[in-house]
Ligand binder design. Structure first.
Ligand code: 5MM
Length: 340
């Protein structure tokens, strides 16, 4: 795909207020999700669950792209159609997670650096042949005593930029995901500082390494209070600080910002995205949620084929609520009762 094609792909994923389904849980993470509903994490159960999501009628109205895991990109629906083709036939663009995980950073206790650059050029070529049109790489930034360090921000930004450059060489749109975790007890102001520092480094490295911003998407955290912070910021404050931070650090050439949910509840993630869009900025502001799109649907399914239709309707509802939020047009009254 030429440069123009990558620009079009990036724009298409977030067109009409659509967002992304992050269904790229690695084997360890999906096992945790399945453990929570008492389902064994076999390859076949993973296939059945992902099939349920991808074939849900109407998901394509709110979802412009799906991030897959290596195993899932190689799997097929019951009728033998590869999942990438199932999605493409609904005009949903298939993507692939290509990092190999965040590992302890040598010399920097409590911090992580994401790996996966070795052999990436070859893997990207194979993934493109299997139908992937975009990719994702997630860096993990932790807030704590005297962290994040410059070394952590710098190593992760460098890796994200090298990954992005390799993707574009292959004609694949890189999603650049620097996630500042919301698991600590920090204030929203501390999250602002860490996010600002992270984005500053990331866009500097993308520039140094010649990445074409128009052929990328940014997948960041919202600027938000840590989970353990006694004073939780309102949606309006989250929106105000998120937009202020992004206006200062993200070039307008980026064709879309797709937030991760990071441990927010489903409705919180929708409410906050809606508030962010009510402030607005020069970019489409949408979603690339994993847990905040799947949590209720997963519970409803619980491995029971008889619940598949209700689970699909639950997922499609969540996707629709988030597409409305991406337009700043969601209200709490549009919600339906959440699964028990
Ligand atoms: C779906 O979760 C993704 C994969 O995580 P692992 O590599 O740990 O299995 C994850 O990268 C995800 O895409 C983002 O963190 C956003 O997901 P959430 O659940 O935070 O919206």
């Amino acid at each position: 795909m030429g440069v123009q094609g990558m620009h079009e792909t990036a724009r298409a994923i977030v067109a009409d207020h659509k967002g992304i389904l992050a269904a790229d849980e690695s084997t360890g993470t999906i096992k945790k999700r399945f453990d929570s509903i008492g389902v064994e994490s076999t390859e076949e159960n993973r296939r059945l669950y992902r099939q349920l999501l991808f074939t849900a009628a109407g998901m394509e109205d709110s979802i412009g792209g799906v991030i897959l895991y290596d195993e899932t990109l190689r799997q097929r629906a019951d009728d033998g159609t590869p999942f990438a083709d199932v999605l493409a036939s609904k005009a949903v663009i298939p993507g692939i997670k290509v990092d190999t995980g965040a590992h302890d950073q040598s010399g920097f206790p409590g911090e992580k650096v994401t790996e996966g650059l070795d052999g990436l050029r070859g893997r990207l070529e194979e993934y493109r042949g299997l139908g992937a049109r975009f990719a994702k790489w997630r860096a993990v930034i932790t807030i704590g005593d005297a962290i994040p360090s410059t070394a952590c921000l710098s190593a992760n930004a460098h890796a994200l930029a090298r990954y992005a450059a390799l993707c574009q060489e292959t004609g694949i749109v890189p999603i650049v995901e620097p996630e500042v975790l919301m698991d600590a007890d920090n204030t929203i102001e501390r999250c602002y500082e860490a996010t600002a520092g992270t984005l500053h480094r990331v866009f500097h490295e993308l520039d140094v390494q010649g990445v074409d911003l128009r052929g990328t998407l940014l997948k960041p955290n919202m600027v938000i209070s840590g989970k353990g912070c006694p004073e939780q910021a309102s949606a309006e404050r989250i929106a105000e600080l998120t937009i202020r931070c992004f206006l200062d650090h993200v070039p307008a050439a980026v064709p879309g910002i797709v937030f991760l949910s990071g441990g927010q509840s489903e409705v919180e993630a929708t409410e906050n995205l809606n508030a962010i869009n009510q402030v607005g900025g020069p970019w489409p502001l949408s979603f690339s949620y994993g847990r905040a799109l799947q949590a209720s649907a997963l519970k409803v399914w619980a491995g029971d084929a008889g619940s598949a239709d209700t689970a699909q309707a639950t997922f499609v509802h969540r996707a629709r609520m988030n597409a409305l939020a991406a337009a700043g047009a969601w209200t709490a009254g549009m919600e339906q009762p959440v699964a028990a």
